[in-house]
Design a protein around this ligand. Structure first.
Ligand code: MG
Length: 414
């Protein structure tokens, strides 16, 4: 039993030049651990029929337990059969790049054509598949450099496709998986428009698979969107022990044959609602954990930045006016990013005691790098005021109108 399961999100887009979308993708990650991308070609509706036919046949064959290579060969037969049955569809073909889990915990990528599979591991992108295209073969034989191939006018000519020949050669690449790996399946509408470096950046940067797929499609459109664009982002998730008996955990354990499509759902419901909900919750737990992993460092950085701003904002003093009194404030005049100054000490000096110049100075909120500096300034103000005004004398009480207490007669008692 495979220790992994796949979670996928795919997007296909017509691009900015083509009238129709001949790409297609399959997301059967939940039910069959199966994902695929197909890029069809052919006149009339040929292209989209070819890709849809291949994906449908692949799904059916995998659901009935066929090995990946056989299933892709079966998809080739299905496309050939369909094009033979309708002369308007003659000559149609399609690429097919499919990923599924092997029972040993590895991933198998089956591949025909020039759609691609990539692996993102530890932030690094590597291409799993080799294109079956004219320019790729010329690169292999040394006739073109990879850079020349990127912009070659014939880069869309493919040398292998489904629906052309009854004997199709399918490449199968096994990929050892680790939890956290991401697999990208995509059509050439992405890879001819967006360089691997940018694909890597987006895949590594965007934690949400669906948003990552959307950003890849957006990047291809921003670069011109000359072809249909399809991106399927697949996440490799470790299966909890409790999920091991989950019948949808691996395609090998999926129900057999033609009844799968309908029967699977009805079979799932009575027996499977509770475990399914549990799985979903665990999925959310992981999602939250992953989000926290990403959010926590951001919060720490923000807190540090906030603290630094606070330290900067609060380390100075200034002398201003509060309630008509000269007052020492802690902080910067006007505050900094929400750090408002606070009253540190309101002095006894009233603004009416200040000269015009002194008042202007105080209203201009003179700042000091320490409390001592502010105190010194207040002391100088006090001295200046004292020098201007005559020393205040303690007022002598007016003469008392109360008659002095006279001594009581010494000898009253007798
Ligand atoms: Mg294409």
């Amino acid at each position: 039993m495979s220790p992994f399961k796949l979670v996928a999100a795919g997007i296909t887009d017509v691009g900015r030049v083509r009238d129709g979308n001949e790409d297609g993708f399959l997301d059967e990650a939940r039910r069959l651990n199966l994902v695929a991308v197909a890029d069809g070609m052919g006149g009339h509706r040929g292209g989209e029929v070819a890709s849809a036919t291949a994906l449908g046949a692949l799904r059916q064959a995998m659901a009935s337990g066929e090995p990946l290579r056989d299933a892709i060969e079966g998809a080739n037969d299905a496309v050939l059969e369909k094009s033979g049955s309708d002369h308007q569809l003659q000559g149609m073909g399609t690429t097919l790049t499919a990923g599924t889990l092997g029972t040993d915990g590895s991933m198998l990528i089956g591949h025909v054509g020039d759609s691609r599979a990539y692996l993102l591991r530890d932030g690094e992108l590597s291409q799993i598949t080799n294109d079956h295209s004219l320019v790729e073969e010329m690169v292999r034989t040394g006739e073109l450099t990879p850079e020349q191939a990127e912009s070659h006018p014939q880069r869309s000519i493919i040398t292998r496709a489904l629906g052309i020949d009854p004997a199709v050669e399918v490449d199968v690449y096994p990929v050892d998986l680790r939890p956290g790996d991401r697999i990208l399946l995509c059509s050439d509408g992405l890879t001819t428009m967006v360089r691997p470096g940018e694909i890597e950046e987006i895949l590594d940067d965007e934690p949400d698979a669906e948003r990552a797929a959307q950003r890849l499609v957006d990047a291809a459109n921003a670069a011109g969107g000359e072809d249909n664009i399809t991106a399927v982002v697949v996440e490799v998730i470790e299966v909890d022990e409790g999920d091991e008996d989950n019948p949808t955990g691996s395609f090998a354990a999926a129900p057999v044959a033609g009844e799968v499509m309908e029967d699977d759902e009805t079979e799932d419901d009575p027996a499977g609602t509770a475990p399914r909900r549990q799985r979903k919750r665990r999925g959310w737990g992981r999602r939250i954990a992953r989000t926290l992993l990403w959010v926590l460092p951001v919060l720490v950085v923000l807190a540090l930045a906030f603290g630094a701003v606070g330290w900067y904002a609060r380390r100075t003093y200034f002398v201003g006016v509060d309630n008509n009194h000269v007052t020492i404030f802690k902080g910067r005049p006007g505050g900094v990013l929400g750090w408002d100054p606070t009253v540190d000490r309101r002095t006894a000096i009233e603004t009416s005691q200040l000269s015009e110049n002194e008042l202007d100075d105080v209203k201009a909120k003179k700042t000091f790098s320490s409390r001592g500096g502010a105190d010194g300034y207040v002391r100088r103000l006090r001295t200046a005021i004292d020098q201007r005004t005559p020393p205040t004398t303690v007022p002598t009480p007016p003469e008392s109108t109360v008659p002095p207490i006279t001594a009581a007669p010494a000898a009253v008692r007798t």
